[in-house]
Design a protein around this ligand. Structure first.
Ligand SMILES: Cc1cc2nc3c(=O)[nH]c(=O)nc-3n(C[C@H](O)[C@H](O)[C@H](O)COP(=O)(O)O)c2cc1C
Length: 330
């Protein structure tokens, strides 16, 4: 998820039971021009694998070059974005618009699949307009072109995130293709995951918003362990997330980026609303961490334990030819 699936989020997802995690979408044009911020998306931690890195773009050749770069960075799967509904992306002919151009979409998948030795997957929406069934026409062609799996988020691009994901389309897609289909959309609990798997025949579910500030949802989905986290656990996970994100993005970017996460972690009745509001207004992440420790002193021990279990960040794979610094910037 763009603006969400930073490395800290992915590593956390793996710790809580996700079988596979995926990067934010990475612009193939940004990679082509060696844009420093884009290259920053390619930092891969040792404990993230298996990891998919998602790329977006509209030119088959440029997408193929981008795919080679993300595999060199450590991706186990190259995922192609045919789902992004945001105008900034669709006006360049990338993302969900490609569902309206099956020839080009197939050419992209073919070029990417030829370029790399790892599996290539595609993430799609149902189509551009409400009620569209474009994914059912395009999906089988993408498999023919070399897609090893398809993930369907059965909302239209026009819907953005409103309404409900219509997983009856996921079931139809499963019938049409002989590769695993992953169901994405509104999976927030074990019961929901089981019902989507049972009614669609999908091979797996993908969890997005349900895991934002709530890795415990993944544990519940995977293990059925629905225990609510204690305040100390919530504060500790948030503190670890803050520290890792500052390391990844630098204090300047991280302090703004993290604000939405404060609401996600501290909401759900876990902390009083005025506390959440106070945290969001603090300027530096150091102040936030200090305030969290003051509110949940027992978190210190939990953070210590969590940090002791994490691999050394200097173990990250770095690309010699790319200006990727593990500390800050990017
Ligand atoms: C903030 C945000 C960013 C997202 N970014 C991406 C993205 O970069 N690539 C992608 O394939 N889907 C992206 N999605 C869509 C999700 O992967 C997922 O398909 C969708 O949110 C429905 O699943 P959910 O109900 O579990 O969140 C994004 C969703 C959100 C809310």
């Amino acid at each position: 998820m763009a603006g969400v699936s930073v490395q800290a989020f992915r590593r956390q997802g793996r710790r809580y039971g996700a079988g596979l995690v995926c990067s934010e979408m990475v612009s193939c044009a940004g990679l082509e021009h060696r844009n420093e911020r884009t290259l920053g998306y390619l930092r891969v931690g040792r404990d993230e694998h298996p990891l998919a890195i998602q790329i977006f773009g509209s030119e088959p050749g440029v997408m193929a070059d981008a795919a080679r770069m993300v595999v060199a960075a450590g991706a186990d799967i190259v995922d192609i974005n045919f789902g992004c509904p945001v105008r900034k992306v669709t006006k360049t002919g990338a993302g969900a618009t490609l569902l309206d151009d099956p020839d080009r979409a197939s050419a992209i998948v073919g070029a990417v699949a030829d370029a790399v030795d790892v599996p290539v997957s595609v993430k799609m929406r149902r189509g551009l307009e409400n009620g569209s069934r474009a994914c059912l026409q395009v999906g089988p062609r993408l498999v023919e072109a070399g897609a090893a799996t398809l993930t369907l988020h059965p909302r239209s691009a026009r819907q953005m995130y409103t309404g409900e994901a219509d997983h009856s389309l996921t079931a139809e897609l499963v019938e049409l293709v002989d590769v695993p289909v992953i169901a994405s959309g509104d999976v927030t609990s074990r019961a929901r995951a089981q019902s989507v798997l049972a009614t669609t025949g999908a091979a797996a579910v993908m969890v997005g918003r349900g895991a934002q500030g709530n890795p415990w949802a993944l544990r519940e989905i995977v293990d059925g362990d629905g225990a609510e986290p204690s305040r100390e656990e919530v504060a500790a996970e948030l503190i670890l997330f803050i520290r890792e994100t500052v390391r990844e993005l630098g204090e300047h970017r991280a302090s703004g980026f993290l604000k939405k996460f404060y609401g996600w972690y501290l909401g759900r009745g876990r902390f009083p609303r005025p506390f959440k509001q106070e945290i969001v207004q603090l300027e530096t992440t150091d102040e936030v961490v200090t305030r969290l420790f003051a509110a949940a002193p027992g978190a210190a021990l939990v953070v210590e334990q969590l940090e002791a279990e994490l691999p050394d960040p200097t173990d990250e794979i770095l690309l010699d030819s790319m200006p990727i610094s593990i500390y800050g910037g990017g």
